[in-house]
Design a protein around this ligand. Structure first.
Ligand SMILES: Nc1nc2c(ncn2[C@@H]2O[C@H](COP(=O)(O)OP(=O)(O)OP(=O)(O)O)[C@@H](O)[C@H]2O)c(=O)[nH]1
Ligand SMILES: [Mg+2]
Length: 435
């Protein structure tokens, strides 16, 4: 029997302040999500410390009593080393520093946790650059805080490497960060331009229609992508498994041919730096003619997740793109009766939505039909004439149109077809060139 190699657990505690404006269920859902995020990073969360307060404590986020409770727990009760306190909000650098000092544990706020996951999962050059920008943006003010600690020691650097005399470490580091961000931004602009031209060329050449899968992290976008396109994209029961946009064609091939893109998932309080960084990745979504908004119907907090996605889509100005809501994972909602009840309730509340499971091939096939029906609305019927001298283009007609009828005479072949008007004009131009 192969023995399983177990990684040594890394222990953490979670901590959160509940403000009066936040309902119990909202608060609980957010904490549950923080624990999921922690798990994705490899932490075992031993305990959760919560506190109701009118506002965050300016010194240490939690009140002094709660901070001491954590310190006591870590030092005397946990029985193991607590590597980190995971805080369910973005906190200021000084709050983090004080909390750290008083409890003797490292501190990671929600933003840092999400940034770490993005950092671990970024694969492509573009995603890595985007995450690095967001991380540097997060680090810059924290450097200042670290410098304050050392500040009284008056460390100064004298004109090294041509820099001005008397420039402090922090200023130097901050300048380095600024330069690095600028450099990365230039790289991204170049990569983006290249991708745009490639995409435009590809779409123009092939007359493709495109849809983009968008939605909350872990909703099942990549699973649907696989099911719809027969491709092997990464599916994982962890948050932010996908960071890069992948594009595949709908399978089996259809008329018009439809491109499907899988995109990065959203989350509540997505760090602002990341929203900005991932805008370019999400441009793919903006270019799509139809958005498939995937929602995990089996998650009790799905309505909140749905709102978050709607908000982010509005932020990136993608709210004008036609959208189909897909309530996924219906197989995961209790027994058959519960599933039927949930389906009826969803259909009543969200007319025109699709309720399905990405694990049921018949329902995936129905979704494919729905997608095709959307694109077929815009198809027109036309007659094309292809002279015998240009028969090499016959395949193009079949690739880009649905052929309703074909007949021939001495000069060539006539096709009665249904296709997108743009594709039809392009085909006619091609025929004119060769005939
Ligand atoms: N029961 C059930 N599980 C599903 C379904 N669709 C996806 N899953 C599971 O949900 C988890 C997340 O699926 P993914 O497809 O990776 O989710 P995603 O939306 O791409 O997530 P990110 O890339 O993190 O944004 C995986 O464990 C899937 O197997 C479904 O219809 N039913
Ligand atoms: Mg994914």
């Amino acid at each position: 029997m192969p023995s399983e190699v177990k990684e040594k657990p890394i222990y953490a505690v979670a901590a959160a302040v509940q403000l009066p404006t936040v309902s119990d269920s909202e608060f609980e859902a957010s904490l549950a999500e923080l624990r999921e995020l922690a798990k994705t990073l490899g932490f075992t969360v031993l305990r959760t410390f919560i506190q109701k307060r009118a506002s965050f404590d300016t010194t240490g986020y939690l009140g002094i009593g709660k901070r001491q409770e954590i310190e006591h727990y870590a030092a005397h009760e946990a029985g193991c080393e607590i590597e980190a306190i995971l805080v369910d909000h973005e906190i200021s650098p000084s709050q983090a520093r004080n909390l750290e000092k008083e409890t003797g544990c490292g501190v990671m706020d929600r933003t840092m946790v999400i940034l770490e996951i993005f950092h671990n999962n970024a694969r492509s050059r573009a995603a890595r650059a985007q995450v690095e920008i967001a991380r540097l943006g997060y680090m810059a003010p924290r450097l200042r805080e670290a410098a304050k600690l050392a500040g009284s020691q008056g460390r100064q650097r004298s004109g090294v490497g041509g820099r001005g005399a008397g420039e402090s470490h922090t200023e130097l580091d901050r300048r380095k960060i600024r330069d690095r961000i600028a450099e990365l931004q230039l790289e991204i602009v170049a990569m983006e331009a290249e991708r745009k031209t490639q995409r435009a060329r590809r779409q123009e050449r092939q007359g493709l229609a495109s849809v983009a899968l968008v939605g909350y992290t872990n909703a099942g976008k990549s699973t649907l992508m696989r099911a719809l396109t027969g491709s092997e994209v990464l599916v994982a029961n962890k948050l932010f498994a996908t960071l890069d946009t992948t594009v595949r064609t709908l399978h089996p091939e259809s008329v018009p041919r439809v491109l499907v893109s899988d995109t990065v998932g959203f989350i509540k309080n997505l760090p602002h730096g990341l929203v900005a960084s991932f805008k370019s990745t999400l441009d793919e979504a903006l270019d799509a003619a139809l958005l498939l908004h995937v929602i995990d119907a089996s998650d009790p907090g799905f309505e909140r997740q749905l709102e978050v996605t709607d908000t982010v889509l509005a932020e990136i100005a993608a709210d004008v793109v036609p959208r189909l809501r897909i309530f996924n994972k219906i197989d995961h909602v209790g027994d058959a009766a519960a599933q039927a009840e949930c389906t009826a309730a969803l259909r009543a509340k969200y007319p025109d939505c699709v309720v399905m499971s990405a694990r049921r091939p018949d329902e995936v096939a129905l979704l494919r039909q729905t997608i095709l029906a959307f694109f077929r609305q815009n198809l027109v019927e036309a007659e094309l004439f292809l002279p015998w001298s240009a028969q090499q283009l016959r395949g193009e007609i079949f690739a880009q149109c649905e052929v309703l009828e074909e007949r021939a005479d001495a000069a060539g072949a006539f096709f009665r077809v249904r296709g997108e008007s743009d594709s039809l004009s392009r085909l006619r131009e091609q025929f004119d060139l060769v005939s």
